[in-house]
Design a protein around this ligand. Structure first.
Ligand code: PMP
Length: 418
C-alpha cells in the first residue's frame, strides 16, 4: 500500500491503480478495462496481504482458544469489526454483525426479526427497483406469515414517489425495506426522507446499502436507519463476508437465526440460552479471514477518503454519461445526469442483444455486465429483457471510458455489417 497519500489529497489514480495487481493484466491481448464494479470490485495488495498474513502467521479459530494465535486472530477479527463500525458511524461495535454478504444479512432480518414481528394480513413495503436480494427474502417471509408486499411506485428513472409512499403507510405496515442505490439505474433513493416518514409512523426501515456504502459516506446514526446491509466484496474486500448493522434495541429483541457453536450462553440437552450481541447472530466458525480482509479494505478506503472516491466517481459518471449520450444508438436507463445518481450506468445499443454487446466488448478487454442484474421485475418495468451495465470505482479513468465508447462503436459497426 502506498503510504504517502492522505485522506485530504485528491486521489492519484495512477498510484491507486498500482495497488491493484489485476489492473496490470491483459484480456484477449488488450489491457483489462474493468467496468463491472457493481458486481464485485478488485482487491488491492493491502487486502490480499492481510489474508495471506492471517493464514501464514496467526491462523487459528477465534473466541475459543487460550493460545497465542487464537488470541491474535480474535483481536484482529474484533478490531476489524470496530473499524467497520467506525466507518459507518455505528454507535457501538456490537451493532455490526458479520454475515456472508448483503443477501445473508437481509435474510437474517427477514427471519430473525420478520418471523416474530410480521403476522397474517400485515404489510411489508418495498420499491419496484429492488435487487432480488431485497425482494425474495420478503416474499418468503410474506408466504410464511400470510403477509402482503406493497411497492412504492417509481418513475422510469427510478425516482420513488414520496407522496404515494406516505399514503401507503398504515396500521398494518410492519417494515420498509429499500435500496439506497439501484444496481441497475444508478439512482440514489431518498433514504433519509423515507426513514423519517416511516419513523413518524413508528415503522422500522432496512436499507440495502450494497451499492452505497462502498461509494459514499453512509452514516447510520445520521440516517437513523434500523438495519443496514452491505457486502465486503463490493468495497475492495473478500467475497463471503458482509455486514448487517442493526440498532442495539432491535437486535436485542430478536432471536438468533442460525443455531450452533459460539452463539450460546448455556446449552442443556433440551434448551439453550443465547449469547449477547454480536455473537448471538454469528453461530459457527465465522469467515475470520474475510472479516480481517474487510477491515483492511476499510483502512484502504479511509486512506484515500470516501469523499474523494465519491467525487472521482461522479466526475467519471458525468464524463461517461456525456460520451454515451453522444452515441446515437445508445439508450441510457436511469437519470440522465449525476443528480441523485451513482457510478452505475445501464444502457442498450440499438436493438442488439446486451449479451452480444458484452461478449464483443470482452474481446477488446472491456469487462461490463449484461443481463437482468438480479432485478427481473425492474427489467419488465423498463420493457427490456436485459441491459448492458458499466460501473465505476476509485481506480477507473476517463481513458477507460473512452475505450468503452470506442468498443461500443466497433460492436455497433460489426452488427451493422460495416
Ligand atoms: N443489493 C444490491 C443493490 C446489489 O447490487 C447486490 C449485489 N449485486 C445485492 C443486494 C446482493 O449482494 P450479495 O450478492 O453480495 O449478497
Amino acid at each position: 500500500m502506498t503510504t504517502n497519500r492522505s485522506a485530504e489529497t485528491t486521489p492519484d489514480v495512477a498510484s491507486i491503480r498500482a495497488d491493484f495487481p489485476i489492473l496490470g493484466t491483459q484480456v484477449h491481448d488488450s489491457p483489462l478495462v474493468y467496468l463491472d464494479n457493481a458486481a464485485t470490485t478488485q482487491k488491492p495488495h493491502h487486502v490480499i496481504e492481510s489474508l495471506s498474513t492471517y493464514y501464514e502467521t496467526y491462523n487459528a479459530n477465534i473466541h475459543r482458544g487460550l493460545h497465542t494465535l487464537s488470541e491474535q486472530a480474535t483481536a484482529e477479527y474484533e478490531s476489524a469489526r470496530d473499524r467497520i463500525a467506525a466507518f459507518i458511524n455505528a454507535k457501538q461495535s456490537h451493532e455490526v454483525i458479520f454475515t456472508r454478504g448483503t443477501t445473508d444479512a437481509i435474510n437474517l432480518v427477514a427471519r430473525a426479526w420478520g418471523d416474530s414481528n410480521v403476522a397474517s394480513g400485515d404489510e411489508i413495503i418495498l420499491t419496484e427497483i429492488e435487487h432480488h436480494s431485497n425482494l425474495v427474502p420478503w416474499q418468503m417471509l410474506a408466504h410464511r406469515r400470510g403477509a402482503h408486499l406493497r411497492f412504492i411506485p417509481t418513475d422510469s428513472e427510478g425516482h420513488v414517489d414520496l407522496v404515494e409512499y406516505e399514503k401507503m403507510l398504515g396500521k398494518r405496515t410492519r417494515i420498509v425495506a429499500v435500496t439506497h442505490m439501484s444496481n441497475v439505474l444508478g439512482v440514489i433513493t431518498p433514504v433519509a426522507e423515507l426513514i423519517r416518514i416511516a419513523h413518524a409512523n413508528g415503522i422500522p426501515v432496512l436499507v440495502d446499502a450494497a451499492q452505497s456504502v462502498p461509494h459514499m459516506k453512509v452514516n447510520v446514526q445520521e440516517l437513523d436507519a434500523d438495519f443496514v446491509a452491505f457486502s465486503g466484496h463490493k468495497m475492495l474486500g473478500p467475497t463471503g463476508i458482509g455486514i448487517l448493522y442493526g440498532k442495539e434495541s432491535l437486535l436485542n429483541t430478536m432471536d438468533p437465526f442460525i443455531g450452533g457453536g459460539s452463539m450460546i450462553r448455556v446449552v442443556e440437552l433440551h434448551e439453550s440460552s443465547w449469547a449477547g450481541l454480536p455473537e448471538k447472530f454469528e453461530g459457527g466458525t465465522p469467515n475470520i479471514a474475510g472479516a480481517i480482509g474487510l477491515g483492511a479494505a476499510v483502512d484502504y478506503i479511509n486512506q484515500i477518503g470516501i469523499s474523494n472516491i465519491t467525487a472521482h466517481e461522479m466526475s467519471l459518471t458525468d464524463y461517461a454519461l456525456q460520451q454515451l449520450q453522444d452515441l446515437d444508438s445508445v439508450r441510457i436507463f436511469g437519470p440522465p445526469d449525476t443528480a441523485n445518481r451513482g457510478g452505475v450506468i445501464s444502457f442498450a445499443v440499438g436493438e442488439i442483444h446486451p449479451h452480444d454487446i458484452g461478449t464483443l466488448l470482452d474481446t477488446d478487454g472491456v469487462a461490463v455486465r449484461a443481463g437482468h442484474h438480479c432485478a427481473q421485475p425492474l427489467m419488465r418495468k423498463l420493457g427490456v429483457p436485459a441491459t448492458v451495465r458499466a460501473s465505476f470505482y476509485l481506480y477507473n479513468t476517463t481513458d477507460e471510458i473512452d475505450q468503452l465508447v470506442a468498443s461500443i462503436s466497433r460492436a455497433k459497426d460489426f452488427f451493422d455489417g460495416a
